[in-house]
Design a protein. Structure first.
Length: 386
């Protein structure tokens, strides 16, 4: 599966249309859940209406199980197709507290406030006005509060990306164990939410307590959580073994060459450097859609043969959308005795972001000299692009 994010097409007409359709049904789901009323949303703080917990927890569980399922059967590469926010513990804690206080005071969050506004709720309009003013204030004060924005960055790394931490790694348990544990916690919360509603409001609350629907729903979630480890054993291991050249795991990787930055690679290719060979290790269909000018398409299983035949011509640069795949391929080749192999920093997506993204779309201004380099890179690498 490809996503608009993975294809770097979030600003395309198709992406905006998909956002419109998804947003419509998202708002419809919130309205049907009763989230067009701040009174009902605020009920969670008084333990009179636990709809917020039930709806949001259901969304979390469905997303987690769905992404894990598609990932383990090989249909979705989460590392390249899903945007993952880097982990800043301090900033998350402060931001979460601010959000929680605002949620408790107003009875709205941004999504539900839009639903409330569509339902004609004036307090939702006041909330959204405050949110807009707060966003403007945040933007204007960003140079001052930037240290808080990036406070408490994680030292862990996932997908070879520093500062990205997952909770199961922090807890030192496997991903499969966390999926099962989190699902079991959700099931417990569903039952407790119904019980609390029943106690607080005996006449109307807890409608699903001990009902066949709640039993079936929870059983289905647990069955899905248990099946995912079985899928991971069936699909993940064979794919991993066929994707990476076999090698001696005891070899020393300390002398593996450093990665090459997108800017350096762009300059060397633009200047016609013949001492460098660029290899695209993505599937052929992705290569045909777009690839760096002059890059050759070689599948990971064919890399040992290719490097053996071409390794004497200079440096070989591997790139992909999957940063972990790049690193595994490079390390495997090094262990097999091919030291002149390096990888592209941040992969193809990083190259697109740093070298080919128009100056006008960048979040921060660039110098005149950098803008000139970007224009020359775009002219060179995009001249053959569809």
């Amino acid at each position: 599966m490809n996503t608009f994010y993975g294809l770097d097409a979030l600003n395309s007409g198709e992406a905006f249309f998909a956002s419109l359709v998804i947003g419509f049904f998202f708002g419809l789901a919130l309205e049907r859940a009763g989230f067009g009323s701040s009174r009902r949303i605020s009920g969670i703080f008084y333990f009179t209406d636990m709809a917020v917990l039930k709806v949001m927890f259901t969304a979390l569980i469905v997303a987690m199980l769905g992404l894990s399922f598609f990932s383990f059967i090989g249909l979705l590469d989460i590392s390249t197709q899903i945007y993952t926010l880097k982990t800043f513990y301090g900033a998350f804690i402060v931001g979460g507290l601010l959000f929680g206080v605002g949620f408790a005071i107003s009875g709205w969050c941004p999504g539900t406030a839009m639903v409330g506004l569509a339902s004609g709720k004036m307090d939702a309009l006041v909330y959204l006005g405050g949110a807009i003013l707060g966003s403007i204030l945040f933007n204007e004060l960003f140079p001052v509060i930037k240290p808080l924005y990036t406070w408490g960055q994680s030292t862990q790394a996932s997908f070879d990306e520093p500062g990205l931490a997952f909770i199961y790694n922090s807890l030192r348990i496997s991903e499969n164990s966390f999926i099962l544990l989190f699902t079991a916690m959700a099931v417990f919360c569903f039952w407790m939410a119904e019980y609390v509603e029943r106690i607080k409001n005996p006449e109307k609350g807890g409608a699903y307590w001990n009902s066949p629907f709640l039993k079936s729903f929870c059983l289905l979630l647990l069955a899905a959580a248990v099946s995912i480890p079985l899928l991971s054993l069936q699909y993940s291991e064979p794919q991993a073994s066929s994707d990476i050249p076999s090698a001696d795991s005891e070899a020393d990787l300390s002398s593996v060459q450093e990665t090459i930055s997108p800017e350096e690679l762009a300059d060397r290719l633009l200047n016609g450097d013949t001492a460098i060979t660029v290899v695209d290790i993505r599937p052929e269909s992705d290569y045909r859609t777009f690839h760096l000018k002059g890059a050759l398409n070689v599948q990971p299983s064919d890399l040992p043969t290719f490097v053996a035949e071409n390794g004497g011509n200079g440096m070989i640069v591997l790139y992909s959308n999957n940063i972990a795949q790049q690193a595994r391929a490079r390390d495997g080749l090094f262990r097999m005795g091919f030291p002149k192999v390096t990888i592209l920093t941040d992969g193809l997506n990083g190259f697109l972001e740093k070298c080919l993204k128009p100056v006008s779309l960048r979040s921060e201004p660039v110098s005149v000299e950098t803008a000139k380099r970007i224009r020359s890179w775009r002219e060179y690498f995009l001249s053959h692009a569809p």
